[in-house]
Design a protein around this ligand. Sequence first.
Ligand SMILES: [Zn+2]
Length: 122
Amino acid sequence: MLNLQAAVSERILFNKNLKGPDSFRISVNQGNSGVQRDFTLVEQVENILGVHEYTGHGVRKYGDHNKTHYMAYDLQVDHPSWQKCTPVFRGDIMRRYRHTVTEENPDYYYKVYDKFLKYWYK
Ligand SMILES: [Zn+2]
């Protein structure tokens, strides 16, 4: 999940019976107004679905279960698509990121605090 208050509803299903990389499904609740706002640019779709969901949760298995969910947000900020996302989008992602990292790894949050200053709502 992006976080407990996420605008996007995520659901990931792993299929243990397949050989090779696990397949999984990403579900998005299109009736959610947050989705309408998040998915206005192709880079934002890529940043959330491709980077956070697919690479973060799917490939690298980041998540709440092992307190690595914040690392999926790190991937988003470090990905080239981030620079094309709108300031409002980035601010909203940073709000979710901060909520997650302060619970999972507060020390890390203070280490990368500059990142939050840089991308917080402008
Ligand atoms: Zn997530």
